[in-house]
Ligand binder design. Structure first.
Ligand code: AKG
Length: 279
């Protein structure tokens, strides 16, 4: 039976919320197709689903593609290995602008995160519309970026984490030795909407292929500052049970770390495209 819900934009560039979704009706493919249409249009979609079960979370993920068993975050265990736990009590956090795992050849296309434990206030997450940020560039800059590629490397944030004593040296070496990096076009075309999006982040993008380091640093610094303009951002103040689904092809995100010493725990699933070869 179709689920009757409405989608309300939360900002002109990015963000919408789904209202009137009835979980008791389950998630038919028709419902999930409608959610997918809203997702690619609004890029970050808020669902108020406090009664969502882990099985339902997983079913939604499976609709979008192949749910990932995350390399380094813990998960919900047997049968739910694809549901990752990001818990501040375990030292896990994501307070940096990033696409999920852009250091892979085929990064996840969609991620969906649900709030399980929240601090009394703070712990908001922000998303940037990289399509709208791209659209706002001059034609000359768009022309300049055309055909350029940049490296995305997992080591950058690990080095930063080591400097902040947020990881042990052993853990740092373990991750760094995985040697995960990949060269991606700086502008990618969304396979569904055909919109162009910038594909860079200050966390994983190390340098632009073929430029002198100082040229690459200057171009990236300009683009990062441009993308972080507040008019491209949606900031979500979580309520328990909210789930935000985002399109990892067209947004970057950042979870604000402003709630220490309180706990914040999220359950998340990220999904590879069905035809992807992630490793
Ligand atoms: O904790 C959040 O709000 C987002 C965490 C994150 O970056 C992720 O799930 O990829």
């Amino acid at each position: 039976m179709p689920n009757h819900f409405t989608v309300h934009p939360l900002g002109p560039a990015i963000g919408a919320e789904v209202l009137g979704l009835n979980l008791a009706d389950g998630f038919s493919n028709e419902t999930l197709s409608q959610i997918n249409v809203a997702l690619v249009k609004h890029e970050a979609l808020v669902l108020h689903v406090p009664h969502l079960t882990p099985s339902q979370h997983l079913s939604i993920a499976q609709f979008f593609g192949i749910p990932e068993v995350h390399t380094f975050y813990p998960n919900l265990g047997e049968g739910f290995e694809q549901l990752t736990i990001i818990d501040s009590k375990l030292g896990d956090r994501a307070d940096m602008w990033h696409h999920d795992e852009s250091f892979l050849p085929s990064p996840p296309i969609v991620t969906m995160t649900q709030a399980q434990i929240l601090p009394p206030c703070g712990g908001d997450t922000c998303w940037i519309s990289m399509t709208t940020a791209y659209d706002a560039l001059s034609d000359r800059m768009k022309h300049y970026l055309d055909g350029l590629s940049a490296w995305h490397d997992m080591n950058g944030p690990m080095t930063a984490a080591l400097r902040h004593n947020a990881v042990t040296h052993e853990r740092y070496l373990q991750v760094v030795n995985m040697s995960r990096r990949h060269l991606h076009p700086m502008v990618r075309v969304h396979p569904v909407t055909g919109r162009k999006a910038l594909y860079i982040s200050p966390t994983y993008t190390t340098h632009i292929e073929g430029l002198e380091p100082s040229e690459s640093d200057a171009i990236l610094a300009f683009l990062h500052a441009h993308c972080q303009h507040i008019r491209f951002v949606y900031r979500h103040r979580w309520q328990l049970g909210d789930m935000v689904i985002w399109d990892n092809r067209s947004v970057i995100h950042h979870a604000i770390l402003d709630y220490t010493p309180h706990q914040r725990r999220m359950h998340r699933a990220s999904v590879f495209a069905s035809d992807a070869h992630p490793a």
